[in-house]
Write a protein of this length. Structure first.
Length: 273
């Protein structure tokens, strides 16, 4: 394992694409829970100090290329591709370009393919370092509200808060890099990506609408109208952070989805035989 990537566990390969903060370490509870059932591949997005440089010629598609290179390095031909939040758009784009390598697509609290930044996000984009204190305050408020809902005991809440503080210290990201990633969305035709992978079996994972203050749950659910083979799972008592606050439930949702894919594949094989 390097600082920029991880390959852990055994079983069906699953690529876990991180969100806009760019670091796989921020998903560590999900990585550890998933690795008990899957071979988990994850990586840090290009542009972070511990990862490869962002290719200005490719822009957003640098991240799409990373996803493919992670599969190639692991000698994996086909995998479950799971994108978290901003990473959902990376996963969608990859599936649209390479549907033959995607056994199933998982979009976790992903923005819709026609996502446009609202006024608050536009303010962050214009002055990421200047608005960073306000961003941190709002993110902390959202995180505390969700933590209080998802975790029943103070012991669990304290551990989750310490884990988040450790991410900030040892796996830091930066406002300007996050801002740049959002700006890279401009000009990418994600609707076309959805059309090209509409036959790929897809799982949508969301939290509770009143708790996800980052991505509108109804925006994520729009993929039901764009893709032909969609399953939806909601992680109760969570918002945007269900994969880390309730990692076991998140893993159960993906495991059930993959089991369904395997049963359908076996049924088709028996019918063909």
């Amino acid at each position: 394992m390097s600082h920029s990537s991880i390959d852990i566990g055994s079983g069906t390969p699953l690529v876990l694409v991180p969100g806009v903060q760019g670091r796989w370490e921020w998903m560590r509870p999900a990585v550890e829970a998933l690795s008990r059932r899957f071979r988990v591949l994850s990586f840090t997005l290009a542009g972070e100090r511990t990862s490869e440089p962002l290719d200005p010629r490719l822009g957003f598609d640098t991240f799409v290329g990373q996803t493919g290179r992670v599969l190639d390095a692991a000698a994996v031909r086909e995998a479950i591709v799971c994108g978290v939040s901003y990473g959902g758009l990376i996963a969608l784009r990859y599936a649209g370009l390479h549907p033959e390598r995607v056994r199933g697509l998982v979009l976790v609290s992903a923005p819709p393919p026609d996502y446009q930044p609202d006024a608050a996000v536009e303010g962050y984009l214009r002055a990421p370092w200047l608005t960073a204190p306000l961003f941190v305050l709002r993110a902390t408020d959202r995180g505390v509200r969700e933590m209080m809902s998802a975790l029943p005991t103070w012991d669990e809440r304290v551990r989750a808060a310490c884990r988040q503080a450790r991410n900030v210290v040892f796996s830091p990201t930066a406002p300007d890099r996050m801002s740049h990633r959002v700006q890279l969305l401009r000009g990418v035709d994600f609707m076309e990506s959805a059309r090209r992978c509409r036959d790929v079996p897809t799982l949508l994972v969301t939290g509770e609408p009143e708790l996800d203050r980052v991505v509108d749950v109804q925006g994520t659910l729009r993929y039901r109208d764009l893709l032909d083979n969609v399953t939806v799972r909601r992680i109760e008592r969570t918002g945007h952070l269900g994969l880390v606050l309730r990692a076991d439930r998140f893993t159960d949702a993906i495991a059930d989805f993959v089991t369904g894919l395997e049963r359908r594949r076996d049924a088709r094989s028996e019918k063909a035989g």
